[in-house]
Ligand binder design. Structure first.
Ligand code: DP6
Length: 351
């Protein structure tokens, strides 16, 4: 029996301008455009292999060595779209094997511990969709394929590209213009680095999908954010990236993290993703910037208490010296916090 296979890796991306809110839940259409930085391929990534054969009797997925269900509506949506594109290709080239009708076996592995408390759905769906589109030899561009990954998990569409990526929200009701595009490749700003501070490896209490819907439905501040704040910030952040203006990029990133968490707090009942340690990291970053009288570090927090810091290579020692001082050495610099407050201290670089 012939088995056709293809493999790919997809990296984790961390939003610097947050996606928070859907205008269409089934198609995963967002209420605002967002921007992210993709971490380097060999740092945090999902490796996925897809196989298909006329002889397979059911679709199967092994995730980190365990057989998992492929039944979720989101996954089914992605598989259907990919099979439809393959069927179109087969109709144009009748000599191609009829893979669109065959079952799939998928093996997927993360190279980072799930316990690290890092969102893996973005890299996971991106890798799934790219591996199958390679297997099917689909001619569509990465932006086109990103629309399929988006249906798996919104943020997944941004993991189709390396470097600096925008997810343009689009306006079409069918989602045909809601896609990821490259803002700049990774080598445009190779000095940029990211460090992840794992404050807690526990699973988040409010998953992103339900959290954002709760905010859309109950927060007054949310309307202000999507109408007057994010559209302007989206343009400014792209400019800051293009001109490699770290101070501007950092301020926009920190302000956007704060704005997103403010809408969570403004939801009713409120949602708390950040904890005391997270807030201490925020304070510390501002203290570091004030100490050097220069913006050398930016923080951002997703739907959980863990921080991602961005800084330029040349400032690594300055930034890390402070972080270690406060969290690693029990120095008494701020006696309230110590080593125990950060479960894992890890650095992952964007280049
Ligand atoms: C806070 O992409 O996980 O990380 O589309 O429902 O799967 P779904 O949500 P998801 O939400 C990510 C939210 C965020 C911000 C971001 O990555 O832009």
């Amino acid at each position: 029996m012939t088995i056709f296979t293809a493999s790919t890796t997809a990296p984790v991306n961390i939003a610097t301008l947050k996606y928070w809110g859907k205008r269409d839940k089934t198609l995963n259409l967002p209420t605002n455009s967002s921007i992210s930085v993709t971490l380097a391929q060999n740092d945090l990534r999902t490796l996925t292999s897809a196989a298909t054969s006329e002889r397979f009797d059911e679709d199967q997925l092994w995730l980190n060595g365990k057989l998992e269900s492929l039944e979720s509506e989101r996954t089914q949506h992605c598989l259907q779209d990919l099979r439809d594109l393959r069927a179109k290709l087969e109709a144009q080239n009748p000599s191609l094997p009829s893979m669109s009708k065959w079952k799939l076996h998928i093996v997927s592995e993360n190279n980072f511990p799930t316990a690290a408390g890092l969102a893996s759905s973005a890299a996971g769906f991106a890798a799934l969709v790219v591996a199958i589109s390679k297997l099917y030899q689909l001619p569509e561009s990465a932006s086109e394929i990103s629309k399929i990954a988006r249906k798996g998990s919104g943020s997944a569409c941004r993991s189709l590209f390396g470097g600096y990526v925008a997810w343009e929200m689009g306006t079409a009701a069918d989602g045909s213009d809601s896609k990821a595009v490259e803002v700049a490749p990774q080598d445009h700003w190779p000095e940029m680095k990211a460090a992840i501070l794992v404050v807690s490896a526990a699973k988040k209490d409010t998953p992103s999908t339900s959290g954002m819907q709760h905010t859309v439905g109950t927060s007054d501040l949310f309307q202000e954010r999507i109408t007057n704040v994010v559209p302007k910030r989206f343009e400014e952040m792209k400019q800051a990236i293009w001109s490699r203006d770290f101070a501007q990029f950092a301020e926009l990133t920190m302000r956007d993290s704060n704005s997103f968490h403010a809408t969570c707090l403004d939801s009713y009942p409120p949602i708390f993703y950040m904890n005391d340690t997270s807030r201490q990291i925020v304070k510390l970053c501002h203290q570091i910037n004030a100490f050097f009288d220069e913006v050398v570090v930016a923080y951002t927090f997703d739907a959980g208490p863990n921080a991602v810091l961005y800084y330029l290579q040349e400032n690594e020692t300055k930034v890390m010296a402070f972080i270690h001082q406060v969290f690693q050495q029990n120095s008494g610099w701020d006696s309230k916090f110590s080593k125990q407050d950060l479960e894992v201290f890890s650095e992952y670089f964007t280049t």
